[in-house]
Design a protein around this ligand. Structure first.
Ligand code: FAD
Length: 260
């Protein structure tokens, strides 16, 4: 089974700042693998443990420094990595990003059985990229995936997905794309032979000509959306005060009509 895992480099901070173009300021901020994508990697590695002949290719679209997260993914057990990077991709919205990633998968990465994405990126947080890739490759998708129940059949997967009022079990035909949620288990740590493999790995770089797209279809030019305003919402939390006694809490509950 050939699995492609899409990972994104995101700023390692909760103190998000914006540039004057209303895009996220990435310079001078340490970057990490998007936390949901760590679980996308875990899902692929778990399939590799359970099934034979599994190859995992990890990909990211971003600046050249995003190579760092690809090496981390190889250290964790991925077999191959590809960086989709070109100055012409700058300013891409989710529409252009998913088209560009799908273009490289279609034209350069060969046949695949499964693509795994995180459910959200912690910076952009649109959850549109995974479904956009599936749309552009014309394959089925399952979102909000919590875990894979069965992967032993070559033609389909059985997965559990979280819905508002419960858990749904879905069988999906391959090739397909999954967007995965955080899982309950601790993510794996790199082992020493993985770290050595990562240091020596040859990371392929794909540019505009590998996407099958024109420069009008990617980057800012190929992006129909723009960020008109970015702001931190005002906190609506009321003032907080420690109660001095249980009696005081009871008096307040009666006052608010929450206790007789
Ligand atoms: P989500 O859709 O929430 O991510 C879901 C999953 O998709 C992730 O967990 C991951 O598995 C996969 N994924 C998402 N992005 C990538 C990726 N890049 N590579 C591999 N897998 C991925 N961002 C910039 O970095 N530089 C810019 O100049 C820039 N300009 C923008 C301009 C505009 C007008 C807009 C609207 C956005 C711009 N962005 C820019 C943001 C960029 O479009 C998004 O970061 C990107 O498309 C992913 O969307 P998201 O963060 O909402 O990810």
């Amino acid at each position: 089974m050939n699995i492609i895992v899409c990972i994104k480099q995101v700023p390692d901070t909760t103190d998000i700042r914006w540039t004057e173009n209303n895009t996220i300021q990435r310079e001078g901020v340490e970057s990490i693998i998007n936390p949901y994508d760590v679980y996308a990697l875990e899902t692929a590695l778990d399939i590799k443990k359970r099934c034979e002949n599994v190859k995992i290719t990890v990909i990211t679209m971003g600046p050249l420094q995003a190579e760092e997260i690809l090496r981390k993914a190889i250290a964790l057990g991925c077999d191959d990595a590809a960086l989709i990077s070109d100055k012409k991709f700058a300013g891409a919205d989710t529409y252009a990003t998913s088209k560009t990633i799908a273009g490289v998968i279609k034209n350069k990465l060969g046949s695949f059985d499964l693509i795994i994405c995180g459910q959200f990126a912690t910076d952009g947080d649109t959850a549109q990229t995974g479904p956009g890739i599936a749309y552009n490759l014309d394959i089925p998708q399952v979102t909000y995936v919590k875990n894979i129940e069965k992967c032993e059949n070559e033609n389909s997967l059985i997965v559990k997905r979280e819905i508002e009022d419960g858990i749904e079990t879905v069988e999906v035909k391959l090739p397909a794309l999954l967007c995965v949620l955080k899982q309950d288990k601790e993510p794996s740590r790199a082992k020493i032979n993985g770290i050595i493999k990562a240091q020596n790995a040859d990371i392929k770089i794909y540019t505009l000509e590998d996407t099958g797209l024109s420069s009008e279809e990617t980057g800012l030019k190929g992006s129909p959306t723009y960020v008109s305003k970015a702001f931190r919402p005002e906190s609506k939390r009321g003032e907080c005060r420690m109660a001095e006694s249980v009696d005081e809490i009871c008096t307040k509950l009666i006052e608010y009509g929450l206790k007789k």
